[in-house]
Design a protein around this ligand. Structure first.
Ligand SMILES: [Zn+2]
Length: 408
């Protein structure tokens, strides 16, 4: 329990590094990011790791294995946050990883052990997520340099302000042959563990999301003067589709959400002539997601035809589902069993994680930890000390199980 308390105290310390006095926000390449990297580096050093900041601003640490220079098992998560964040999303995974490393005797594992605190997972500042892990995985896109934050500062300038040289970014790439795999512990950010009265779970896959900008075109008109049989009300059509998104998603076992909707011209006495809305679809398997997408599209065309509307759909984001590696999954399951849970719960992550990017360089797996009410991306995020202690025990045992796999 002592280590769990230490981890919780450190979550509090990191939460104090915020760009806002009254809530937690710590974004990529900010002065608070600088301070967080320095603090994490200090804790890594105390845990016996040699430390460095990579060319993308990720804070890294390493313990050598039986020989110097062996490929590394990476443990990590992110230390950036959303606006008005909780204090466990990301940070807890970094601190658990450091604590696991502190328990490993240098020179004993059949691989090196590295901890990485990713600089950007949430994408809060530049609108594009996973910048830190994509740099590490070698899937960086040079078009991102011209992305700007809300003050007009480009990613290129922000790198320089942080003391990083954009020209050296490829130095952050990790070749697959230098890596053994990637394990991440993270709060669940959903209620499945709590509802099942369990502490820990192994993640089977990370959902692949597709996002669309949708438009329903109708015809604006006077709310008093237009009889119903002549109306082409875009909002009533869009509303019908929103309800269909929920029904078809539930039926197909996927998660569909319309999170934004705006009617134009937007007058109380004007029939909406155009509605712009969004669709976010995610599922454990891409085939299920795409099958429901086709049903939603067919429903949209049917509603539009029946109501004299026109429907438009543009894809704005697409990430395919990432399946967790079977060997690393079984190591995490062995870790959970080491805590006394004989039949570890396994389910897919509805939220995105750094592993989605890291998988381009090395196999990945994840350990989920219960959080109160499934609440996340909110200051009410909470975990118990006993659950953190169990997660630490499981995480350490998982690393030792990977070592056993490599000893064979
Ligand atoms: Zn996270």
């Amino acid at each position: 329990m002592h280590d769990a308390q230490l981890i919780l105290d450190r979550c509090d310390e990191l939460a104090a590094l915020s760009s806002h006095a009254d809530y937690l926000e710590r974004v990529h390449l900010s002065p608070q990011h600088r301070a967080a990297n320095d603090l994490v580096a200090q804790w890594m050093t105390e845990a016996g790791l040699s430390t460095w900041q990579d060319a993308a601003g990720n804070q890294c640490g390493r313990i050598e294995g039986r020989e110097d220079g062996l490929p590394a098992l990476l443990l990590g998560s992110h230390i950036d946050t959303v606006p008005d964040a909780g204090r466990f999303d990301g940070m807890l995974g970094v601190l658990l990883a450091i604590q696991v490393a502190s328990r490993v005797e240098p020179g004993t594992l059949p691989f090196a052990l590295e901890v990485v605190a990713f600089s950007d997972e949430e994408g809060t500042r530049f609108g594009t997520a996973l910048l830190g892990s994509r740099a590490l995985a070698g899937t960086w896109d040079d078009e991102w340099w011209s992305l700007t934050d809300k003050d007009g500062i480009s990613l290129f300038e922000a790198f320089q302000d942080f003391g990083l040289d954009p020209a050296r970014l490829p130095g952050a790439f990790r070749r697959p042959e230098t890596l053994v795999g990637y394990l991440e512990a993270h709060i669940e950010q959903g209620p499945i563990l709590e509802d099942a009265d369990r502490r820990l779970a192994v993640v089977t896959s990370i959902a692949g999301a597709r996002r669309f900008a949708l438009t329903m075109h109708g015809k604006a008109g006077h709310a008093g003067g237009s009889p119903y049989d002549r109306r082409r009300d875009a909002l009533v059509g869009a509303s019908e589709l929103v309800v269909e998104v929920e029904r078809l998603s539930k039926q197909g076992g996927v998660v569909g959400t319309v999170g934004k909707l705006e009617a134009f011209p937007g007058g109380v006495n004007v029939i909406p002539g155009r509605v712009e809305f969004s669709l976010d679809l995610r599922a454990e398997f891409d085939d299920d997601r795409d099958a429901v997408l086709a049903q939603i599209h067919a429903a949209a065309l049917e509603i539009a035809a029946r109501r004299g509307l026109e429907f438009e759909q543009h894809e704005i984001y697409r990430a395919d589902a990432v399946v967790c590696d079977l060997d690393l999954r079984s190591a995490i399951e062995a870790g959970i069993r080491a805590t006394g849970d004989e039949s570890p719960l396994a389910f897919w992550s509805r939220a995105g994680h750094d592993g989605m990017a890291v998988v381009a360089a090395t196999p990945i797996a994840m350990l989920f930890l219960r959080c109160a009410g499934g609440v996340s991306h909110h200051p009410d995020e909470a975990v118990t000390k006993a659950d953190v202690a169990a997660a630490l025990e499981a995480f350490e045992a998982a690393v030792r199980a990977v070592a056993d796999q490599h000893a064979l």
